[in-house]
Design a protein around this ligand. Structure first.
Ligand code: ZN
Length: 300
């Protein structure tokens, strides 16, 4: 063993360089043997140097992203309650974080969703079908909400479908007309003959008028003959096809009424045919329709 300080330092340095592997192995073994002590030492170090400890963890994570992810996933799996509890306690923060992340990676998410959907299309459709069958109420409600939030898409889809299936649609139209004739009963025909103009304010259309029940047939069958409280023909009103559609459309949107929604496809189809025959611009009709609705519905 060298005597002077300088010499001793040099000697140790050389010794460490020569036996690095061996020394490392030894140190590791000793740490493994004294795990508790080692842990305690670390804990103390972290307590005394919180900044440094955090920094070193950060550095390790940066250097080993894969391992970091693995470790986190493993930890979450082993501590499900902690994870759930943390989530529930910081729900707002987590939602904000998730939203931010979704916005940031919107394109990537869209792409990966499309890939996933394409890959599992059949299974997903089957699953959704099953769910709809098992939860008819919920399914109806979710469809209704979607239709309400996407009125443009609904009309677009209906339009495309009608274009693609003209025969089927004509058959549906004919059947519906038999069931709900424009002026079914003798008394309705009589009413229409006496009212030769659409009765919507300021509308002067005279072609293809529909006789509409003001109090609906289904809710008030006792006034189906058009006579309300002993008066004659006061439960009828004549509408041109467009205003007949507009009446049910605004009703279904403003009052969220399913009954009115069911007839919309057919009424719009009839309005379109009527507009086409009488050289009325569909755009004008759409503008008029938009003006009837509260702004939040139109611009959604
Ligand atoms: Zn009209």
């Amino acid at each position: 063993m060298p005597q002077s300080n300088e010499k001793r330092k040099k000697y140790f340095k050389e010794y460490r360089a020569k036996n690095r592997e061996e020394l490392r192995e030894k140190a590791k073994k000793s740490r493994m043997k004294n795990r508790e002590k080692e842990r305690e030492r670390h804990r103390k170090y972290r307590e005394e140097n919180p900044e440094k400890a955090r920094e070193s963890v950060r550095n390790w994570r940066k250097k080993n992203p894969e391992k970091d992810r693995e470790r986190k996933a493993k930890w979450r799996q082993e501590n499900p309650e902690y994870h759930r509890k943390y989530r529930n306690e910081h729900l707002e923060k987590i939602h904000a974080h998730e939203k931010k992340s979704r916005t940031k990676h919107r394109e990537r998410i869209k792409k990966s969703k499309a890939v996933y959907y394409a890959k599992y299309r059949e299974e997903l459709l089957e699953k959704s079908k099953k769910w709809r069958k098992a939860n008819p109420e919920k399914a109806r409600e979710s469809s209704r909400n979607w239709r309400k939030a996407n009125p443009e898409r609904v009309r677009e889809t209906q339009y495309k479908w009608r274009k693609a299936n003209p025969e089927v649609y004509a058959a549906i139209d004919a059947k519906a007309r038999r069931k709900n004739p424009r002026a079914g009963s003798v008394i309705m025909t009589k009413y229409r003959r006496n009212h030769r103009e659409c009765e919507w304010s300021y509308c002067e259309q005279t072609k293809s008028l529909h006789v509409h029940h003001i109090l609906s047939k289904s809710k008030y069958p006792e006034y189906v003959d058009g006579n309300y409280h002993g008066r004659t023909g006061n439960n009828f009103i004549c509408f041109c096809p467009f205003h007949h559609f507009a009446y049910h459309y605004t009703y279904s949107i403003k009052r969220n009424d399913d009954k009115h929604e069911h007839s919309l496809g057919l009424l719009w189809f009839q309005a379109e045919q009527w507009a086409d025959k009488n050289k009325i611009s569909i755009e004008d009709l759409e503008i008029e329709l938009a003006q009837m609705l509260p702004s939040k519905v139109i611009f959604n």
